[in-house]
Design a protein around this ligand. Sequence first.
Ligand SMILES: [Zn+2]
Length: 298
Amino acid sequence: MNTYDILIMYLVAGLLASVALSVLAIRAKVIRRGAMPQSVMVGTLVTLSGFPSVLLFILFLAYTTLVTRLGKERKVKLGVADDVEGRKANQVVAVGFTPAVMAMASSIMYAVGLTEASGVFLASYVASLAAASADTWASEIGVLSRGRPILFTMPRARVSPGTSGAVTPLGELSSLAGSASVALTYLALTRVFNTSPLWVKFNWGSLNPSIQLVLLIIALGYVGEVMDSVIGALTQPKYYCDRCGVVTEHEVHTCGERTRLIYDPRVKLSNEAVNLLESLIAAVLAIVITLSFSRLLT
Ligand SMILES: [Zn+2]
């Protein structure tokens, strides 16, 4: 069998496995019924980059689902518990598009014999998942914070928990933990399956190369989440509830009061578009940084 036959075999196996896993994900309320085609598409492309990558994706979904369900009662009260019922189709695309494309690029590079380029895209795949994870952990745990959320565009205003772009210290710590959950899981998987994570030869002093890679991924995931907050704060309309005296992103506040528009950005992006941008930024940074330290350019 040549590499192309193997790619086709992976595609078919990936398609079958993705259909089965998507059905399970719908039953477990990880995704909603309408997100099935998008989920199958993402799953199939991720399969191309090999078993550890697929397992990483499944574990990433498991962690983020658990984190989403944390403090459910409080999220229902705050009006931010929507995702507990499962992710919608556009959310699956926002989270899955970048990793799926990077996984596909990695497998194509591998198939044509460019193993180091394949490694660069694989690092980018892991970084985009770390960014998605960092963002989910930051918002799902951060929203439970008793501390005052701060919006950097309106630092003095009282902001409703769950508002796009608003940050809390708990949220930022959770973001780092979310990014680390992906990076460390990937490191563990490469150990268990005895595949080397050292596709790219770093030369940052004497630090163990796998630790260098893990640190890079954690940092990129976190940078992605920070970008998500910045872009979210700048591109999403903000409203003010006069009854509660807080900034919110809803036209009707959870108290039932109609809010008034206080920030109307010229470029408006949905949450999903911001998430997609965030993972793309982490992925592109991963490509640029790993490339510049790899032997490909030296
Ligand atoms: Zn209100």
